[in-house]
Write a protein that binds this ligand. Structure first.
Ligand code: HEC
Length: 403
């Protein structure tokens, strides 16, 4: 009797082990159709999810994280393998939905659409798989984006949208507020004068984009061009992305009042001309995605203006800056951003913090805390910033949407 039970038990365990090796989706799953098309936006969405939820076990390239391959039993499947790739989208979708053992069920963690997007991305992994035989790696092999938007808090990033379309942005800064009795009275600065910039950006090629903007303070219209020189690759052949950015802004504000006998510094009689309205921003930006959560960038930036005010004394035509931007993803759709921008201007040191809510592949919303209400770099770097915490801070938000 006992023997029989033991045999049954062994048989059951054996059957179970056997089943472990062949994870078969039910035949209904095979028929499920992927509702998404294999367009770039879908692929990018799938990549984001994959890198943040799946790569820890399956590896960024889908072949399996070496540590997990050794420690997990059964090991994470090689998603680029024949066994997986010959399954229908429906079968892979079903497995992600249901899970088995150490491979969790993503039914509640991801929407159906998100799961289908990951399936699309898994198909791409096969295509991107480095060809080991030749040792050759194609140029666009798993390029890495350190940032998903071309604008961080105040800094431009190396990002250029690869899927065409256009982007629309709103950057808004409220008035200065600090922790005192007036804070509620002026409702955290929201009642005070505020600055706003509207902008459009248009990618022309995968390496080139233009952006145009209009800012309230200074009544600036600005036109920028960004060119991507190098794009970071996953295999670390190119460890960083590098972009060049040039922006020209024209102020349409009335010229400052000056007396008839005003002169330039050299003594020539002063006359306000169109060129005096122009401000330039030139920068070289280097960015790096260090992990799926952490990205950083560093820029070398020169701001130039054609007209330097005589007062306060010591003002120069230029300012040099080395902005540092850090982004740490706290979740699939949230992140914390920090920008620190040392400059050669005595009274200008922008430091900003932002919390990103509901950021997705084509939309980001940031709540910002800054020490200047200037937005355009040409305006920001020539103006005094507040000293935290005694001077207070400015609340604001950034919103970018890609269409
Ligand atoms: C904790 C580690 C872990 C994570 C995270 C993980 N997986 Fe898995 N995955 C596994 C393991 C282990 C298996 C093998 C399960 C088995 O055969 O019982 C597996 C199997 C699979 C399979 C089935 C392959 C086959 O044999 O047909 C697919 C598809 C898959 N994973 C996709 C994903 C996707 C997509 C994600 C992210 C949304 C993900 N996995 C996250 C560990 C993980």
């Amino acid at each position: 009797m006992i023997k029989k039970r033991i045999f049954l038990l062994i048989g059951f365990v054996f059957l179970n082990l056997h089943a472990q090796n062949h994870w078969q989706a039910p035949s209904e799953a095979r028929q499920l159709q992927n509702p998404l098309n294999g367009v770039e936006a879908v692929w990018q969405k799938g990549q984001k999810i994959f890198n943040s939820l799946c790569a820890s076990c399956h590896g960024q390239d889908g072949t399996g994280n070496p540590v997990m391959l050794k420690t997990l039993n059964p090991p994470p499947a090689d998603l680029t393998s024949q066994t997986v790739q010959q399954q229908t989208d429906g079968e892979i979708f079903w497995k992600i939905t249901e899970g088995r053992g150490l491979m969790a069920s993503y039914k509640n963690m991801l929407t159906e659409e998100e799961r289908w997007a990951v399936v699309k991305y898994i198909r791409r992994l096969k295509k991107n798989k480095p060809k080991k035989q030749t040792g050759k790696i194609t140029a666009n092999d798993n390029e890495v984006e350190a940032f998903s938007f071309s604008q961080l808090i105040n800094a431009k990033t190396t990002f250029i949208r690869q899927t065409g379309g256009f982007g629309f942005g709103i950057q808004h800064r409220f008035g200065a507020t600090k922790f005192d009795k007036n804070m509620l009275k002026n409702f955290f600065g929201l009642d005070l004068a505020s600055n706003i910039r509207f902008s459009f950006e248009i990618p022309l090629t995968s390496k080139l984009m233009v952006d145009i903007g209009r800012t309230r303070y200074g009544k600036f219209y600005d036109l920028g061009v960004k060119y991507l020189l190098i794009k970071q690759s996953q295999n670390n052949r190119k460890p960083v992305s590098i972009a060049f950015y040039e922006n020209v802004a024209v102020t349409t504000e009335n010229p400052p009042p000056y007396s008839a006998n005003a002169t330039f510094a050299g003594g020539r009689p002063f006359q306000y001309q169109f060129k005096h309205r122009l401000y330039y921003d030139t920068q070289l930006i280097v960015s790096c995605k260090f992990s799926h959560r952490f990205s950083a960038q560093l820029a070398a930036e020169l701001l130039w203006r054609n007209l330097t005010p005589a007062s306060p004394p010591g003002e120069k035509a230029y300012v040099l800056a080395v902005p540092v931007s850090l982004r740490y993803k706290t979740g699939l759709k949230s992140a914390v951003d920090l920008e620190i921008m040392p400059t050669t201007h005595r009274h200008t040191f922008p430091v900003s913090l932002a919390y990103e809510i509901a950021s997705s592949g084509n939309h980001v919303f940031q709540i910002t805390v800054t020490n200047s209400d200037r937005i355009l770099a040409q305006n920001l770097f020539f103006n005094t910033t507040l000293n935290y915490p005694q001077d207070g801070f400015m609340l604001g938000f950034n919103l970018i949407r890609y269409f």
